[in-house]
Design a protein around this ligand. Structure first.
Ligand code: CMC
Length: 374
């Protein structure tokens, strides 16, 4: 392969962004200049969502208005509810998320208006309604009644309420909120780049987010948090972990939840999420997954020098919180909608059609024979 080809666009800078950066000087992911872990310590998810979308942290008044808007948009249409009820129960919830945003695009009166103001209004609708649609599927596929959103609850509390009919203790809600903050944005990752590519043809935000969800589903991206749980379930108990991971590495298997295109010596989001995973395990009085976690991590670092990424601690944390494994990546979606949306708005503001070249390695020119001569 020619050296000019940058397979996977590895190391290629394709545009500018002011939304996020992994800053080497503090070895951390930053949103609009703030370290993600500092945001986890000082803010709730809604504040970070505002920051990502608007460029600055909100003051009290701005936050109140933002929360009011989000809460106001927390209902989904009857048509969308009916569509969700008809979706096969075995469908993957990521496909449900994709379909739900797509249907929202059919219903939204401003779908084709790509002006900044209309885009921000559409963002609020997608941001507020997607968790409602997902929770509706969470319930209907179990044959349970859909639970309507409650305006007095925060974004995270409301998601628990709509899925389980109750809000857990504040430490569990905080751990969930932290996971949303850590998942909210990560520059030109696959799904964000997908959203920007779709946007670059001047397509609309619902289409761009639909495409981003499809991209996030893959196990090399957001789908890894589900794969981590499948791995932990296969390992079953801490006593099996050492043998299991060594065998996986002997067989040259890819171990989900490890490695990263950008971080080569550790994902800066992991220590924070690991801490909250520990807190949730303590509350739930279940240390099994923590023990498996530590053994697999140690072997991966010792044998391969490959560190965990954020999907490694979020997987078992969501499991302990009670979520079905196939809902882990949809939780990533309800957070990353903020990052995707900020990028879509940024792309619209300084657009250039994304259209790379390919080095052709197919047949030389050939004449077409008539059907009866082939
Ligand atoms: N398990 C085993 N070996 C690995 C892993 C892993 N998880 N990750 C990288 N390697 C090896 C890889 O086999 C390669 O070895 P060699 O040079 O001998 O062929 C070397 O490390 C370099 O890896 P790469 O695949 O060329 O690196 P990349 O930047 O293309 O891929 C990655 C990054 C995330 C796709 C990869 O690390 C991976 O497949 N990880 C597992 C899936 C995962 O956890 N994805 C979540 C990503 S982060 C959060 C998110 O987006 O959701």
């Amino acid at each position: 392969m020619s050296e000019d080809i940058k397979k996977g666009l590895m190391g290629v800078t394709v545009d500018e962004t002011s939304i996020s950066k992994v800053m080497p000087e503090i070895n951390s992911l930053t949103y609009r200049g703030y370290a993600a872990q500092d945001l986890c310590a000082n803010c709730k998810f809604e504040e970070v969502a505002y920051l990502i979308l608007n460029g600055e942290l909100p003051n009290k008044k701005q936050l109140k208005e933002f929360e009011k808007q989000e809460k106001k948009e927390r209902t989904i249409s009857k048509a969308l509810v009916e569509a969700i009820k008809k979706i096969p129960k075995k469908a993957h919830p990521m496909d449900v998320a994709r379909t739900a945003v797509s249907i929202m695009g059919l219903e939204d009166k401003e779908t084709r208006d790509n002006s900044p103001k209309a885009n921000m209004r559409k963002v609020m609708r997608i941001f507020a309604k997607t968790p409602v649609a997902l929770a509706a599927f969470y319930r209907t596929r179990k044959g349970k009644k859909i639970i309507l959103p409650k305006k007095k609850l925060s974004f995270s509390e409301n998601f628990f309420h709509m899925c389980f009919g109750k809000v857990p203790n504040k430490d569990i809600v905080k751990a969930f909120d932290v996971s949303l903050i850590l998942y909210a944005e990560h520059s030109f990752n696959v799904s964000t780049f997908t959203a920007r590519t779709i946007t670059s043809s001047l397509s609309d935000i619902h289409g761009a987010i639909t495409g981003a969800i499809a991209s996030l589903k893959g196990p090399l991206h957001g789908g890894a948090n589900e794969e981590v749980m499948h791995m932990m379930n296969k390992i079953k108990k801490p006593e099996n972990a050492f043998k299991w991971i060594n065998k996986a590495l002997d067989n040259k298997n890819v171990v989900m939840g490890f490695g990263h295109r950008v971080y080569k010596s550790g994902d800066s989001r992991v220590p924070t999420m690991r801490e909250y995973f520990g807190k949730v395990a303590k509350i739930k009085k279940d240390k099994k997954f923590e023990k498996i976690y530590d053994i697999v991590e140690r072997v991966m670092i010792e044998r391969k020098n490959i560190h965990p990424n954020v999907d490694y601690p979020t997987g078992p944390t969501y499991h302990l919180m009670g979520f079905d494994t196939d809902f882990f990546t949809p939780i990533f979606v309800i957070s990353r909608i903020t990052g995707w949306s900020a990028h879509i708005i940024e792309q619209h503001a300084a657009n250039k059609l994304i259209r790379p070249l390919a080095s052709y390695n197919g047949n030389k020119y050939r004449k077409v024979n008539k059907l009866n001569k082939r």
